[in-house]
Design a protein around this ligand. Structure first.
Ligand code: UDP
Ligand code: MG
Length: 327
């Protein structure tokens, strides 16, 4: 997807990107809080809302907001493509020099944005928000998130800071690079870490969701976690090699044991059927696990070579005019 900024005489200084999936309960409060921040930014700002195939009244509400406030532009997907893809679309269309990504449910407090902008002005190209606390999230979510971020740090090729989400500010330079990265498996916080430049954190306590239910179901979270591991690490492939080696050593050891029982200790304790069954099951499962791991990688290669567009757009509204003032 081409960046539209080249066509415009004046681009806004800041772009805010918010993906929206069935958020009808939060949109008006979201607008209320975000617009206060936008007012403080002297009008040099655009707000890009991406409707990720919502099935509720979200799109209708977004259209209304666009009518009322010309700083708002929006994209609407032809179906649900997922959070990371929605953010990607926002980045493709953003025209600002500093681009800020946040969630629609107000778990990422917009009031943190001025602090991020301060850091950007100090020369940091990436300012990510790091959670020091998650308020009112269940123990299961807290535990799995904690364990996952540590595992990812252990296995990934790049250091992805723990407890960071997509809530961040990125400089135009970084977004331009993200936009030309062709991969479809877009684990944005990983790609962001991979790109480099000067990065820093601002700390915050994660609020509970303002309203509505979590849109990241367990399945979506699990798939995001698996994607990120596989996109940023080849360790799982190596694990299958190690498993193979381990079972070879085990087999050799057992062969010697059997020989010893047969030749030296003639009253052999080996009972035939059970041993064979265990060996077959053991080898069978090692092979299936390895095939599964391999399959995960090959499946992703297949996705990449198909080269389909990342998303399909039903509406692109508000990008014709620039929202910037001449100052
Ligand atoms: N979201 C999206 N598409 C999806 C799922 C979620 O655009 O398929 C958006 C959602 O509207 C919200 C953000 O992604 O703005 C984060 O979702 P949520 O708060 O449900 O997940 P959390 O990160 O809090 O677990
Ligand atoms: Mg949330």
């Amino acid at each position: 997807m081409k960046n539209l900024s080249a066509k415009l005489p004046h681009s806004p200084k800041y772009s805010l990107i918010i993906p929206i999936y069935n958020e009808q309960e939060t949109i008006s409060e979201l607008y209320h809080r975000v617009s206060q921040i936008m007012n403080d930014l002297n009008g040099q700002v655009e707000l890009i809302l991406i409707n990720d195939g919502s099935k509720d009244r979200s799109l209708e509400l977004i259209r209304q907001l666009h009518q009322e406030d010309s700083r708002i532009c929006y994209l609407s997907f032809a179906r649900n493509f997922g959070h990371q893809t929605a953010v990607t679309a926002g980045l493709n269309f953003a025209r600002g020099e500093a681009i800020i990504v946040l969630d629609a449910d107000l778990q990422d407090p917009p009031e943190l944005i001025p602090e991020m902008i301060d850091k950007w002005k100090q020369g940091y190209e990436v300012v990510y928000a790091q959670r020091i606390k998650r308020k009112q999230e269940g123990w299961f979510k807290r535990f799995t998130a904690y364990a996952f971020y540590r595992l990812l740090q252990l296995l990934a090729d790049v250091t992805i800071p723990a407890d960071t989400g997509d809530f961040c500010l990125m400089d135009r330079k970084v977004v331009d690079i993200l936009n030309v990265m062709p991969e479809r498996n877009r684990y944005i916080r990983g790609l962001r870490a991979w790109i480099g430049f000067r990065q820093t954190a601002v700390l915050f306590e994660r609020e509970p969701r303002y309203a509505g239910t979590v849109k990241y179901t367990f399945r979506k979270s699990f798939s995001l976690a698996l994607n990120s591991l596989i996109s940023f690490s080849r360790v799982p492939l190596r694990i299958s090699t190690y498993l193979g080696l381990l079972s070879a050593i085990l087999a050799l050891f057992m062969a010697f044991l059997v020989l010893y029982w047969r030749l030296i200790q003639t009253n052999s304790p080996v009972t035939g059927l059970a041993t064979i069954m265990i060996a077959i099951f053991f080898l069978g499962s090692v092979q299936l696990i390895c095939l599964g791991i391999l399959g995960e990688y090959i499946g992703r290669v297949y996705e990449e070579v198909k080269g389909r567009p990342l998303y399909t757009l039903a509406e692109i509204v508000g990008f014709e005019q620039s929202h910037a003032t001449d100052s």
